[in-house]
Structures are given as structure tokens and as C-alpha cells.
Design a protein around this ligand. Structure first.
Ligand code: C5P
Length: 214
């Protein structure tokens, strides 16, 4: 089974996707981390086309004891890819169709076998339109900025300004713009606890116990 969780920055996707994966014993794919890796490479090599960097990059996710670790070309970049300048660069490289093509191909390979909770912007629309469960998580811009600022220890107004820019880029881009799939369940997490959101998604998954996937 595949549970696709899409939505804008700061809607709670990562926290929720990780918790749903843990609750159901599914693997977790953070597709945003892949775009962040390409962004990091592009910041390090500004002269090389992001698409070229994306095609050559080795991006590995830790499972088991290394769960949650992200390894890029043999280097642990788990913390580095969360820096604000990487977030900004990620939303820029993610608009490049060659970058998207390379990342989507790898994401499809990963989720082809087994049970997954995959989070991002285009999982339910492009990566896996056949996902059994599709959720589009939202929250008010102020609430999203407040959460992100809390995580980063940053100023909420600065986070809100950066978030608005990223949202506009994600929604306005030509290739795979951020939009809910027509069959996605819309879930506004403003004022909900993580447990409430996780319970809701687990209930949607329980309604799909017949899995057509390997
Ligand atoms: O989810 P996260 O904030 O880590 O994603 C970083 C950036 O990667 C987003 O701002 C977005 O531009 C891009 N992204 C995307 N498609 C995905 C996941 C992330 O375009 N499936």
C-alpha cells in the first residue's frame, strides 16, 4: 500500500508522515529531502546544471538503526539539508524539469515494492497517481510559519516571508506545481494534534486493506 501525503511547506507533512509510517509499520519516503540534496550540490557547484547534478547524485535513506539519516554521495547531510539557504535553493532546483525527472524516477523505484508513506508536493499527482490513500495536508500560513520557526528556533515573521516565497514558487511553477490530486482527502491541521491527524490517516488506510501493490 502507498499513502501519499502532499501539501505546502510547514503543513506538518514530515512529522505526520513519520508518525503514520511508525504506527502502521510502513517505510517512510521524504521526497523533499531528495530535492534538498540536489540543492546542496547546486550550492556547492554553482557552475553545473542542477539536472546534471541530480542525475549523478547518489542519495540514500537510512533504514533500521539509521532511520531518518540522509546520505548524499557517501556523506551524511541529514542536518545540513535543513538549513534555510538549502530550503530556498531546493524550491529553485525543484522547478527544473530535468531535476524532477531524475527524482521522480528514483521515488517510483523506491515505492514500487512494499508499504510506504511518501510525502512531498506531487506524490499523489505525479509520482504515484495510483496511491491507495492520498492526503493533502494544509494549515494556515501563520500556523505553518509558527511551527517551522519553533523547529528552527527562528523568527516567525522571517519564516513566514520565506515560506510565502517558496509556496508561490511551488504553486506557480510550470512542471508539477503544488496542487491536490482530484481524489485527495483535504486535511487542515490547524488546531489539530499530531495524534489526531495520524489517527485520521490511519483510518483512511484501514479502509483500503486490499492492496494491489507488491
Ligand atoms: O518538503 P520540503 O520542504 O523538505 O521540500 C523542499 C522543497 O522541495 C520544496 O519547497 C519544494 O520546492 C520541493 N519539493 C518538490 N516536490 C516534492 C517535494 C519537495 O518540488 N515532492
Amino acid at each position: 500500500m502507498l499513502i501519499a501525503i502532499d501539501g505546502p511547506a510547514g503543513a506538518g507533512k514530515s512529522t505526520v508522515a513519520r508518525a503514520v509510517a511508525r504506527a502502521l509499520g510502513f517505510a517512510h519516503l521524504d521526497s523533499g529531502a531528495m530535492y534538498r540534496c540536489v540543492a546542496l550540490l547546486s550550492l556547492d557547484s554553482p557552475g553545473t546544471a542542477p539536472g546534471t547534478l541530480a542525475q549523478a547524485a547518489s542519495i540514500e535513506f537510512g533504514f533500521g538503526g539509521d532511520k531518518g539519516r540522509v546520505v548524499l554521495d557517501g556523506r551524511d547531510v541529514t542536518a545540513e539539508i535543513r538549513a534555510p539557504e538549502v530550503s530556498e535553493a531546493a524550491s529553485r532546483v525543484a522547478a527544473d524539469p530535468r531535476v524532477r525527472e531524475a527524482m521522480v524516477a528514483r521515488q517510483r523505484e523506491l515505492v514500487a515494492v512494499g508499504d510506504w508513506v511518501a510525502e512531498g508536493r506531487d506524490v499523489g499527482t505525479v509520482v504515484a497517481p495510483d496511491a491507495e490513500v492520498k492526503v493533502f495536508l494544509t494549515a494556515s500560513p501563520q500556523e505553518r510559519a509558527r511551527r517551522r520557526a519553533g523547529e528552527l528556533g527562528a523568527d516567525p515573521d522571517t519564516v513566514l516571508a520565506e515560506q510565502t516565497l517558496r509556496d508561490e514558487r511551488d504553486i506557480g511553477r510550470e512542471h508539477s506545481p503544488l496542487a491536490p490530486a482530484s481524489d485527495a482527502v483535504m486535511l487542515d491541521t490547524t488546531g489539530l494534534t499530531v495524534d489526531e491527524v495520524v489517527g485520521h490517516i490511519a483510518a483512511l488506510a484501514a479502509g483500503h486493506h486490499t492492496s494491489s501493490r507488491a
